[in-house]
Design a protein around this ligand. Structure first.
Ligand SMILES: C[S@@+](CC[C@H](N)C(=O)[O-])C[C@H]1O[C@@H](n2cnc3c(N)ncnc32)[C@H](O)[C@@H]1O
Length: 253
C-alpha cells in the first residue's frame, strides 16, 4: 500500500500543524552558523509539502526541495509558486542539481526511516555527498532504536479540529524487531458535522537505527558525525527521544 497518497498529502499540513517547524529550522540555522557560517544553499531532501522551507527562506537561504512523492510536491509547489528562491524536483530529476553546489542538506521528519533498505540509505548519502561542497553539512533525524525499544510502539488515537471539520487518526503499529522496522497503519476518518466525508488508510514502514550503524553509513559515504542529539538539543539523545537528530559534515574527497 502506498504512503502519502493524495488523501494524506491533502491533509498533511492539518495533521502536522502542531509540529514545531520554526524551532527546528532555528536549531539548524544556529548550528550552521557555528559549523559552516556563510552557507547560502539548502537542499531539503524529502521536503514533503515544504513546511521547513518557509523558515529557511525567511533566513535568506536558497532552497532545492526534492521528494519522491508527486502528491506531496504538488502541495509544496502550490505554496511557493513564483518564489525564485525555491525550486522543487522529483528525485528522478535530482541530477540537475550540480555537484559541489549545496552548502547544507537537510533530511527531516523521519525521511531516513522511510528508507528501509540499506541500499536506499547508501544511495541517499552518496548523492548528498556528491551535491554538497567540501565541509558541507548534513542534518537528518530518524527513529532512534534505543528509544523505540525502551518506549515500545503502541496504538494511539489523535483528533484534529478545523472549523466544521474533524479528523480522527488511528495509529496501529506492527513491530518487526528482527528487521528494526515498525509498520504503522494509519486509519483516517474526516467528519463534517456528523457526516463522514472521507475515510482512508495507508501503511508507513519505519526503520529505526542505532548510533554505530549511522556512523558506519556516514563514514562509507564520506561524512563524519559532528553532533548527535534530538530536537531538544544536540547534547546526545536519551532513551525517551523517539527521534534522534544527527549533524554530519562532508570530508574532503
Ligand atoms: C513525514 S514526511 C516529511 C516531509 C517534510 N520533510 C516535513 O518535515 O514535513 C516524509 C517524506 O519523505 C518522503 N520520502 C520518503 N522516502 C523518500 C526517498 N527515498 N526519497 C525522497 N523522499 C522520500 C515522502 O514522500 C514524504 O514526503
Amino acid at each position: 500500500m502506498a504512503h502519502f497518497t493524495s488523501d494524506y498529502a491533502q491533509l498533511y499540513d492539518w495533521l502536522y500543524s502542531d509540529k514545531a517547524y520554526d524551532a527546528e529550522v532555528d536549531l539548524i540555522h544556529r548550528t550552521i552558523s557555528e559549523l559552516k557560517p556563510g552557507s547560502k544553499t539548502v537542499l531539503d531532501y524529502g521536503c514533503g509539502t515544504g513546511n521547513h522551507i518557509k523558515d529557511f527562506l525567511a533566513r535568506g537561504y536558497h532552497v532545492h526541495g526534492v521528494d519522491v512523492n508527486n502528491e506531496m510536491l504538488n502541495v509544496a509547489r502550490s505554496k511557493y509558486a513564483n518564489n525564485p528562491a525555491v525550486r522543487f524536483l522529483h528525485v528522478s530529476e535530482r541530477q540537475t542539481i550540480p555537484p559541489n553546489s549545496v552548502d547544507v542538506c537537510v533530511c527531516l521528519f523521519d525521511v531516513l526511516s522511510y528508507m528501509n533498505k540499506n541500499e536506499e540509505i547508501a544511495d541517499f548519502l552518496d548523492y548528498a555527498r556528491m551535491v554538497l561542497v567540501n565541509d558541507g553539512l548534513l542534518f537528518f533525524d530518524f527513529w532512534y532504536g534505543p528509544a523505540v525499544l525502551y518506549l515500545r510502539p503502541e496504538q494511539r488515537w489523535k483528533e484534529f479540529q478545523k472549523g466544521e471539520q474533524r479528523a480522527l487518526r488511528l495509529t496501529s503499529p506492527e513491530h518487526d524487531v528482527h528487521n528494526c522496522v515498525v509498520r504503522i497503519t494509519y486509519k483516517v476518518t474526516v467528519f463534517e458535522g456528523m457526516k463522514v466525508i472521507n475515510m482512508f488508510e495507508e501503511v508507513h514502514s519505519m526503520r529505526y537505527f542505532f548510533l554505530p550503524e549511522i556512523n558506519q553509513y556516514l563514514s562509507q559515504a564520506g561524512f563524519r558525525l559532528r553532533k548527535f542529539g534530538s530536537w531538544r538539543g544536540l547534547a546526545g539523545p536519551t532513551v525517551n527521544d523517539w527521534s534522534a537528530l544527527a549533524v554530519a559534515q562532508s570530508m574532503l574527497m
